[in-house]
Every structure is written in structure tokens, then in C-alpha cells.
Design a protein around this ligand. Sequence first.
Ligand code: GRG
Length: 319
Amino acid sequence: MSAGTLFDLREFAAKRRVLVDERLDELVAGREPAELWQSMRYSVLSGGKRIRALLCLAAAEAVCYVPDRSNVPVAWDKALSCACALETIHAMSLIHDDLPCMDNDDLRRGKPTNHKVFGEAMALLAGDALLAYATEILVRHTPPSVPPEIILDVAAELARATGPEGMVGGQVADCIATGLITGERSGTTVSRALLESIHKRKTGALLRFSVWSGARLAGAPEHILAALAGYGQILGLAFQIADDLLDVTGDAQTLGKTPGKDEAAGKLTWVALHGIENSRLDLQHLEAEGKSLLRDTGLPIEATLPLESLLNFAINRNS
Ligand code: GRG
């Protein structure tokens, strides 16, 4: 059974993107200091695929699944605040990643980067504010239908996925390996294991959390959480490998950012280490592994079709 033939991901994603964008529009609305909220809003509401939010909602929906899909609003109610917190954290990471002291990018989602519009100091502070605000969104706006101990667990895991064991740790390992911090590059001597560990933390940890958190908020039992976390981990690695491929094969208009920058900057990428063809083969294997983990949940195939389709999208996307 193929996800593509049975399931319309475009329609699924469009509906949920509207839901997330409307909620973010309310949450990141102009307050004082106005310049700070403008800068935060600029990045949070500048489009993007919203894949982290979609994964969170899709995982919650899978856990709450009933054949007539009448439980979808129940799943949204439990997971929407977390989906918004995820996009807030993601926006923060993009703002900081684009700063001159990191990737020094001028273009993001087809628009000037945050620091190009608001200046470096405000971009840095808008990122900091979004990081803190994400926790407030998750903890204060998740409804009482989710038990407090689950909200606490999800908040702790969000901090872990973002912090030294997750995104920040991965970014630091990447910066060290490329010489941005120490001035000495590991260059081509970097191993597959190190690059996999960097990708899994820098990009993968938040994607894995996106899936796990949706399931946890929806009240999934341990065996389903474990299988979905495994699927999220696979998707996270595949997503970054696909990103590395797009830097070589994508075009600026579709990508909304400058392609070829990784190569020009001598960055550590899957393609630089393994070549285009081997990277594509690795993606095929990861897709098979991810689908198999979805079967391991024991959930009906119809329940996990959106997640299967999102994995396929993460691998075959063009932006
Ligand atoms: C200060 C807590 C803290 C973290 C900052 C800068 C940094 C540490 C980490 C970098 C993380 C990062 C930006 C990884 C790249 C992930 C990636 C592939 C981003 C592109 O994501 P998409 O394709 O973007 O989902 P859209 O625009 O679709 O949302």
C-alpha cells in the first residue's frame, strides 16, 4: 500500500498549516516592546513548510485515530500549542543560524534574513525571546485535558531537544568540525559516525521531538511512543541529508535561500562525504526503516498514513 496513492498530503498539510498560522498570528501579536515583537513576528510568520508542526499534529492524530476521523479535533486541541511552540523554536534557530557569526546568510524563505531587516542586536534578542516564549506557549496554552505531568515531561524533552544534548550541541559540534570555533577544520577526515551524530542533534533532535511530543500529549502508551520516536529520529536524519542534497541540486527561487553555500563554505555535508548517488541510496534505506517503525506502532495503517507521507515528503521535497 503506497502512501501517495491513498492519501492527499497537500490537502492534509494545507488545512493544518492554516490552523497553525492562525494560532501563531494570535500568539505572536504586537505587544511591547514593539520592535522586539515585530522582529519575532517577521520570522515566525514568514511561511516555511511547517513540517515540525505537521509532524506533531499528525502524531497526535495517529494516536487518537478512529475510523471516521471524528477524533481529529481532540488531537488538535491537545497538540496545537506544542506545534506552535515548535515553529517558534525553529524560527529562533533559523534567525541565529543566519547571523554573521554563524552562516552569515542574507536570504531565508525568499526574504531578507531577520538581521538584515532588524539589525544583528535585535535579531539575537528576538531569537532569545522566541526560545523563552516557546515554553510559555506550551505550558500555559496546552489545555487542561492534558494531565500536568505530561505537559511537564513534554516541556523537559523540548528543552533537551533544543539544548546541549540536541540542537545547540549539534550546532557546536558542527562549528568545531568546520573550524568556526577553534579555527582548525576536521575537514575531510570527519567520519560518517560524527556527521550522523551532528545531523541527528542539530536538525534531528527537534524533528524527533515533534513526533514524540504529539504522541505523548495525545496520551500514547510506551510501545507506541518508542516506535514513533524511532520513526522521528530516522525522519530527522533523512531530512538533513535531503537538505544537504538540495544545497547541491536545488535552485534559489524554489529553495528561498542561496544554494551552493554549504559547498562554497566547505561545510560538512552528507553529499560532501558520500556523494550524490550514495546519499540518495541512504535516503531510500532510511525511508524503508522509517516505514517499518510506523508498522511497529501497531496502529492501523490508515492512522499512520499522514506520517508515512510526511517521511516521503521530507526525503523527496524540492525546498
Ligand atoms: C540558541 C537554542 C539556540 C539554538 C541555536 C543556530 C543553532 C543554535 C542551531 C542551528 C539549527 C539549524 C538552523 C539547523 C538547520 C535545520 C534546517 C535543515 C533548517 C531548515 O528547515 P526547514 O526546511 O525550513 O524546515 P522552513 O523554512 O521550511 O521552515
